[in-house]
Design a protein around this ligand. Structure first.
Ligand code: 2M8
Length: 448
């Protein structure tokens, strides 16, 4: 398939998953609206379907909580094939939850400001999209403020997550030790609905992990989703590199949006940006240890419960190249990892965990397979720092993966075999962006 055929197929995937209000990630597993999925989808659609992108994002913002949180799932009442559904989350326990729509009780990476900026950047009707930006600016500001206050009482500029699902990388090895310390006192009875065919269990998180995922939801419910109480009592609190990197870029996008709509009061956003710049290395660099064989230049998540760095080498460690906050030298050492056989999968795409690590599993969800949204982010980082050949290789690799194996949710890094959901929306959206992007919106967003 050549690029124009791939583009048409990608558009068909997004059309097929559009339900009139939002785009589902994939019919086989995810029948509701997922927060960061919708952002990638809106970016893909921004080249041809301005109105649809706007509707997609506004549907999500319409479910924003009073405290500013954008929930990670907005439920479609008609769909009953996903667990945990709205009854299980029971967010009515929180005075902050919206009453007119049902949602989950946690959040996901804040790609939203970037997505909104993209919609304007690629639109042919700038006056329409400027109005859209003016409408959604308060939603974005409130969401970022939620993350920078409720999820960062330390004022570090780095975000604390209460659940692996908030990271978007559900069963990443990064959570293993923290989850092992979570002691399940009592667990509700539940039935998993996410393993749909015989033999697919190894491609999804294990039952043990699921029990922990559900127990953490039970605990959030016990505390009525009160962020302050959760912060005080929770057994799982991690400052995440990928999430905080995305927020750093999103804050820059928000500044750019403020400028476009003539919003002058930007001091708060600038302050958030400098907090992140001041503390990023303090929290996320590996502690110097002569005996450690982990070579540095990577960035690691930080476990607040034990006040320690999580020394697991995963895709999250590489994502800071996407922020533009690294020096040329720091970017160079990440590029070394990206180019090393430990991460470079077949087709020049990037595995989700270090292939020589004991915790690497080639077909297990976020423990090894290649994901297209993270490869997309890294490609942006490479473009940003002038590694155009590397960026081109990733693009070619993604296009080949999809041409040969379909628009799958994730891919085996060794064979390229497609895994998980079929006709997966963000895979299609990223392919559209890689083919269509002529000038780089990120150049305008990130500080020079
Ligand atoms: C996956 O997460 C959901 C829970 O939110 C699940 O496994 O049920 C993750 O890959 C996440 O990043 C993604 O947003 C979601 C929908 O595609 O699926």
């Amino acid at each position: 398939m050549d690029e124009s055929e791939l583009l048409e197929s990608a558009k068909k995937v997004l059309d097929g998953n559009w339900n009139g209000n939002f785009t589902i990630p994939s019919a086989t597993l995810y029948p509701h609206q997922w927060s960061w999925d919708s952002c990638f989808i809106a970016m893909g659609n921004s080249y041809f379907e301005t109105d649809r992108s706007i509707k997609e994002l506004e549907h999500l913002f319409n479910a924003q909580w009073n405290n500013g949180m954008i929930p990670h799932i907005v439920f479609n009442e008609k769909e009953k094939t996903y667990f945990p559904g709205p009854e299980y989350y029971d967010v009515t326990r929180s005075p902050n939850a919206p009453k007119h729509v049902r949602t989950s009780g946690m959040t996901q990476p804040p790609v939203h400001a970037l997505a909104c900026y993209y919609v304007h950047f690629n639109s042919k009707d700038k006056s329409k999209t400027k109005q859209f930006l003016t409408r959604v600016y308060p939603n974005l500001l409130k969401f970022h403020r939620f993350l920078m206050t409720e999820r960062d009482p330390e004022k570090s500029g780095l975000v604390t997550l209460f659940h692996p699902w908030e990271s978007g990388r559900d069963d990443s090895p990064v959570w293993d030790d923290a989850l092992a310390r979570v002691n399940i006192t009592e667990l509700s009875k539940f039935e998993r609905l996410d393993i749909i065919a015989e033999g697919e269990a190894q491609e999804r998180p294990s039952d043990e992990e699921y029990n922990k995922f559900i127990f953490l939801v039970d605990l959030m419910k016990l505390y009525n989703y009160d962020q302050k109480i959760i912060y005080e009592k929770f057994p799982f609190k991690i400052k995440d590199v990928l999430f905080s990197s995305i927020l750093y870029v999103a804050n820059q996008a928000l500044l750019r949006i403020a400028e476009l709509i003539g919003e002058k009061d930007i001091e708060e956003i600038s302050e958030w940006i400098s907090r992140t710049e001041t503390n990023f290395r303090k929290f996320f660099s590996a502690p110097s240890d002569e005996n450690s064989n982990i070579s540095d230049g990577l960035f690691y998540d930080y476990d607040l419960v034990i006040n320690d760095t999580i020394m697991k080498i995963t895709i999250s460690c590489l994502i800071p190249i996407y922020t533009g906050l690294l020096t040329k030298q720091e970017a160079e050492s990440i590029v070394k990892w990206i180019s090393s056989p430990d991460f470079v999968a077949e087709y020049d795409t990037i595995a989700s965990a270090d292939e020589k690590a004991s915790y690497f599993k080639p077909v297990d969800y976020w423990r090894g397979p290649v994901w297209i949204n993270t490869s997309w982010s890294i490609r942006y980082g490479l473009l940003r720092y002038g590694y155009t050949d590397g960026a081109e290789r990733i693009k070619k690799g993604v296009l080949r993966l999809v041409a040969e194996h379909g628009f799958r949710e994730y891919f085996d890094p060794a064979s390229g075999a497609g895994l998980g959901g079929k006709n997966f929306s963000w895979t299609a959206a990223a392919v559209i962006d890689m083919i269509m992007m002529k000038s780089n919106p990120m150049d305008l967003i990130l500080k020079q």
